[in-house]
Ligand binder design. Structure first.
Ligand code: COA
Length: 272
């Protein structure tokens, strides 16, 4: 259910949201929920075609939308996308650091470069976007939302690179909440659980069927990208004005089950 069915349609009128990796998946779901509530939305990602499709989808919701190709590992490219978004849509009120990379692999088979690729996209990429948006966030007394993962808290097999990167993201989130709180900038993370119909789920052995009720979460189903979008809207809404330095877990309770269901899904996918 889109949040505009629960909240005033103009909640974010006059606000600008920028989403890294916003061309698809969970991040596009986040962008869509902000757009549905009146925000202007800027996106960056690596693939022009995905961004074009995403912009058209946001515009169909009545939003002003803009996108520029940028790999978050490239500081100059991210800075340019953020500046162009501000020039087109206005200074950034909400930055969503969603760009991420993942592939499951046993630690002893992971190359140094493979480890670095994920650290660079997830951790360095999130810092790059945050650093590049700082002046605007200071001006708007804005908010940063990081996309973390359960791997940051519970060790998951085949995820040494992702666990390290996401744990780093959450510590960075807390540091920024501390340092930038006095400037009125809030900083929080969302931990999405298994979300149906996403590239991440496909890469991690999910069945890709959002209605698959065999999924091992206490709620017995995948989450939806809109449910992560709704969590992001909550963090950006006046309801969360005193919430900073916080990890918001939106996972159907899957963290309560440890990492064994994840191991089974990966091993099924790998044929182990
Ligand atoms: N298994 C093992 N190693 C892998 C791998 C896999 N499936 N995919 C990439 N790597 C390794 C490569 O071998 C390379 O290391 P090497 O030089 O020692 O061989 C290193 O990772 C970098 O690979 P490369 O393909 O050059 O990286 P990239 O920058 O083009 O892609 C990735 C980044 C690897 C994270 C890629 O999976 C990606 O682009 N993902 C984005 C989408 C995504 O993951 N979405 C899900 C988010 S949850």
């Amino acid at each position: 259910m889109l949040v505009r069915q629960l909240l005033p349609k103009d909640l974010f009128q006059g606000k600008t949201v920028f989403v890294t990796g916003g061309g698809s998946g969970i991040n596009l779901g986040v962008a869509r929920n902000f757009a549905a509530l009146g925000a202007a939305v800027g996106l960056c990602g690596r693939t022009q075609e995905k961004l074009d499709r995403a912009v058209a989808e946001l515009q169909a919701l009545g939003a002003r939308a803009f996108a520029q190709v940028a790999d978050v590992r490239d500081y100059a490219a991210v800075e340019s996308a953020i500046r162009a978004t501000a020039d087109t849509l206005g200074p950034i009120d909400v930055l969503v650091c969603g760009a991420a990379g993942n592939f499951p692999i046993p630690a002893e088979q992971l190359s140094s470069n493979g480890f670095k690729a994920v650290i660079d996209i997830d951790l360095l990429g999130s810092f790059n976007a945050t650093r590049a948006a700082f002046d605007q966030l200071k001006q708007t007394r804005g908010l940063v939302i990081f996309m973390s993962a359960g791997m940051a808290y519970v060790p998951h097999p085949y995820q040494v690179h992702v666990g390290a990167a996401k744990a780093g993201i959450d510590m960075m989130m807390r540091n920024l909440a501390l340092e930038w709180g006095p400037l009125g900038i809030r900083s929080n993370s969302i931990v999405p659980g298994p979300i149906g119909n996403t590239e991440g789920m496909r890469r991690l052995g999910g069945t890709d069927d959002p209605d698959d009720h065999s999924v091992a979460t206490p709620l017995g189903r995948y989450g939806t990208v809109d449910e992560i979008g709704q969590a992001a809207v909550f963090l950006a809404s006046p309801l969360a004005s005193y919430v900073t330095g916080c990890v918001l877990v939106v996972d159907g309770g899957s963290n309560l089950m440890g990492s064994e269901p994840f191991r089974h899904a990966i091993e099924r996918m790998r044929g182990d």
